[in-house]
Design a binder for this molecule. Structure first.
Ligand SMILES: [Zn+2]
Length: 306
């Protein structure tokens, strides 16, 4: 009897040990599962965060790249679209009516007699920061000296127009042919500087303007000759007086306000010759005045490619 009870107790003890061991193992496995799960979750969420951050960076980088490419595409497209060998009568007549009333108001910033290393790069930096495309009436003799600046003007979406080669009245106004010769010589220099054989400036500004002075009759004849070849000539209807010996920013600004005189389509004459740093210095005031008075900034591409 005692023997039997002993065997029963032994069996019970073994059963208990086995059950305890099973529970213990199950508990350990459960703990191990929880620990492993936490570790892997943390590392997954960390790498997820890293992935998100890098995706975000990539996206903003891509957006930036996209925007830059987009703005380059716009410029390059307008440059590529402009490959005319002459202007037709419609395009020429748009230049004839460039000063007529405009709604919305518009202003063409124009710079003559450059490019020069002393002034042009500062003006280009400012125009770039303000996202304004201007028109540069360049002199062939200065294109020869600073072809890189012409290339920069062109690449940054500005219109390269033609102001002749010498700017010496006694040379350029010898005859109607000498006007045309200076136009052609400068046109070739511009093509070479920008590396685009299809580019023709096609917009000319007579040194000293196309009207008046001792060469008035000759200039009228030359204007007609240019027109017959599909080349427009453009003067101005407002100025800062930067070629009139004005010595202060305030006086330049006042001359601008006086000549602007409420006009709604404005071709503003300025200069980027070597001694015109004051033109660069007054430009931010002119730009902010135009912006706060509802003027849109245009250049000659807007007339030709509209
Ligand atoms: Zn000039």
């Amino acid at each position: 009897m005692n023997y039997l009870i002993k065997i029963e107790t032994k069996k019970l003890n073994i059963k208990r040990v086995i059950i305890t061991a099973v529970f213990f193992l199950a508990f350990i496995s459960f703990l191990a599962f929880i620990i492993v799960r936490n570790i892997s979750y943390n590392s997954i969420s960390k790498s997820k965060d890293n992935l998100n951050t890098s995706l975000k960076n990539n996206n903003s980088e891509n957006n930036e790249k996209y925007n830059i490419q987009n703005s380059l595409i716009v410029d390059i497209e307008s440059n590529n679209d402009y490959n005319f060998s002459s202007l037709n009568s419609d395009e020429l007549s748009r230049f004839d009516s460039i000063y007529k009333k405009s709604d919305p108001k518009r202003i063409f910033l124009t710079f003559d007699d450059g490019p020069t290393t002393q002034v042009t790069p500062f003006i280009l930096d400012l125009l770039k920061a303000e996202n304004i495309k201007a028109t540069f009436f360049v002199l062939g003799s200065r294109v020869e000296l600073n072809p890189d600046l012409i290339k920069r003007e062109y690449d940054e979406g500005h219109f390269i127009a033609n102001h002749g080669y010498s700017h010496k009245y006694s040379s350029i106004y010898t005859s109607t042919d000498t006007v045309l010769n200076e136009y052609n010589k400068t046109n070739d220099l511009i093509k070479n500087a920008i590396g685009n054989p299809n580019y023709n400036s096609l917009v000319f500004r007579f040194p000293g303007g196309s009207i008046g002075g001792p060469y008035d009759t000759l200039k009228k004849g030359a204007k007609q000759k240019l027109r017959e070849q599909g080349i427009a000539s453009v003067d101005w209807n407002a100025l800062t007086g930067d070629a009139e010996g004005i010595k202060t920013k305030e006086a330049l600004l006042q001359r601008f306000y006086d000549t602007l005189n409420g006009q709604s389509s404005v071709v503003l004459l300025m200069h980027d010759a070597a001694d015109k740093i004051l033109t660069y210095e007054v430009l931010p005031d002119i730009i902010s005045y135009c912006r706060s008075n509802g003027y849109e900034f245009k250049n000659m591409y807007d007339i030709i490619l509209r």
